[in-house]
Ligand binder design. Structure first.
Ligand SMILES: Cc1cc2nc3c(=O)[nH]c(=O)nc-3n(C[C@H](O)[C@H](O)[C@H](O)COP(=O)(O)OP(=O)(O)OC[C@H]3O[C@@H](n4cnc5c(N)ncnc54)[C@H](O)[C@@H]3O)c2cc1C
Length: 439
């Protein structure tokens, strides 16, 4: 069974681009539409938690894979799980946590599908130890327009092109991943306030070997003496046998688009000052359930509406270690001066482990991620200035978060992009790909 719908204003998490689409929603792997059946191009999508136009295929077909969501098998001895591509991380954890297993790595929301996590080769707070999601993938099923459905095993060129391949190499039907053992659903989390970027890097360096998870909030709104201050968090799993999965109740809902005039330099600065003070209060070490630690924003449904009706851009870059300190400081200085920074900016270091994905975003260095309310030309101009700092430092941007980088910046940042182009399915495309593969 496949549902077919015509949607006028389909959009992504950032809500900047809206476009009409024919949406096909299969319920079973057997009913996934053939890519040769209709005129026009296709794009498989999951929960559309990507921020920009990598999930947009204007005026063409989207194949919404969230209905293809069956569990196939789980080996309690090895932790190998085999599921359809539309199964969400939320569903995996509900199933696996009571059995003492967790995802090897997870992004900052559990409302993403296995197919989407693979196609963006997502990363989490343990990247310095575990690498990306792709490091835990053993194989997957793939449907292309040029042959019968196939099983793709680790090691081959199609495996590498599909990891982080933005859905362009075919429709991922099912995924086999390795979970990791946990002895509790709780983590011991230590919070440490730091005063500047230099202190952040010292903490990251000192924590990498001793802590499985590290991440920090950084104040991107306040300059002067407060420039580069933040709260560093480092955590290890508890071992107390409390294997309680996250709850099923949905939390608060953001019921309307926040008026954009409330999102100005003053409110963002005030929020960051308040957040800094709040985080410094309370115990330095705390036992916390995995849900608020890994997924703080999942407790507010539709939180993206907080950035107003025109949507938001997320800006996420990675800078190689050698230039990270100077470039991150320059980025923060520029953002603080603009008064456009976001409520919650995240700074983290990546380790050296690679998944083999030819378009995987992370490399060894530091990554900064923050949101900007869409103020059109003003926001685009600020991001163009940030691009210059990132490019000069040898960095690149994360396609899953992007909706506007230039073809030149993409091609320079991802020199292996031609390998993906060779293995791309000719019937599949996205607005993102049309923009960045332009020669
Ligand atoms: C609050 C929040 C926090 C986040 N934190 C992080 C983070 O910490 N780290 C990180 O890496 N990312 C993070 N992200 C981004 C998010 O994890 C990724 O964009 C993820 O890939 C989205 O999965 P999805 O199921 O929504 O896929 P979609 O966004 O719908 O699609 C993502 C890509 O996968 C392709 N795709 C989806 N399903 C299939 C399929 N079955 N076959 C082939 N291709 C497919 C699509 O074409 C698209 O290119 C965050 C996003 C949010 C909203």
């Amino acid at each position: 069974m496949t549902d077919l719908d015509f949607r006028l204003d389909y959009t992504s998490w950032g809500r900047v681009v809206r476009a009409p689409h024919h949406v096909l929603k299969p319920r079973f792997v057997d009913t996934v539409p053939r890519l040769t059946d209709s005129e026009g191009s296709f794009l498989p999508v999951g929960m559309r938690r990507s921020y920009g136009d990598s999930v947009i295929n204007s005026c063409n077909h989207l194949i919404d894979m969230t209905g293809v969501d069956r569990f196939h098998s789980f080996d309690e001895e090895t932790g190998i799980l085999h599921c359809d591509a539309g199964v969400t991380l939320d569903a995996v954890l509900r199933f696996s946590v009571p059995r003492g297993w967790f995802l090897a790595t997870t992004p900052g929301t559990r409302f993403v599908t296995l197919g989407g996590a693979l196609a963006n080769d997502v990363h989490g707070k343990n990247h310095h130890r575990a690498g990306t999601f792709g490091c835990s993938v053993r194989s997957f099923g793939l449907i292309r327009s040029d042959g019968p459905p196939q099983r793709v095993e680790r090691g081959g060129p199609l495996f590498e092109a599909t990891l982080g391949g933005l859905g362009l190499t075919g429709i991922i039907t099912d995924v086999e991943i390795e979970l990791v053992r946990v002895e509790s659903a709780y983590l011991n989390i230590e919070r440490i306030a730091y005063g500047n970027i230099r202190e952040f890097f010292a903490l990251a360096h000192e924590s990498g070997d001793r802590f499985e998870h590290t991440v920090s909030w950084i104040d991107c709104a306040n300059g002067g003496d407060a420039l580069g201050r933040g709260i560093f968090q480092r955590a290890n799993w508890c071992r107390d046998g409390r294997l309680i999965p996250h709850g099923t109740k949905s939390g608060a809902v953001m019921p309307f688009d926040m008026p954009v005039r409330l999102l100005n330099g003053t409110t963002v600065r005030l929020f960051n000052t308040f957040y800094n003070a709040l985080q410094k209060r309370g115990p330095r070490v705390q036992e916390t359930h995995y849900a608020p630690f890994f997924y703080p924003l999942d407790s507010i449904r539709d939180w993206n509406r907080m950035y107003g009706g025109a949507g938001l851009y997320q800006y996420q870059c990675v800078i190689p270690s050698i230039n990270a300190e100077d470039a991150i400081e320059a980025l923060i200085r520029r953002i603080a001066r603009s008064g456009a920074g976001s409520f919650l900016a995240v700074l983290k270091t990546f380790g050296e482990r690679q998944s083999g994905g030819c378009l995987s975003f992370p490399f060894e260095g530091a990554t900064l991620a923050l949101d900007f309310a869409n103020r059109k030309a003003e926001t685009l101009s600020l991001m163009a200035q940030l691009d210059q700092i990132v490019e000069d430092a040898g960095g690149r941007l994360y396609p899953a978060k992007d909706g506007r980088m230039s073809a030149g910046m993409f091609q320079q940042g991802y020199p292996d992009w031609m390998r993906l182009r060779e293995l791309k399915d000719p019937t599949i495309t996205s607005d993102f790909w049309q923009r960045v593969s332009y020669c």
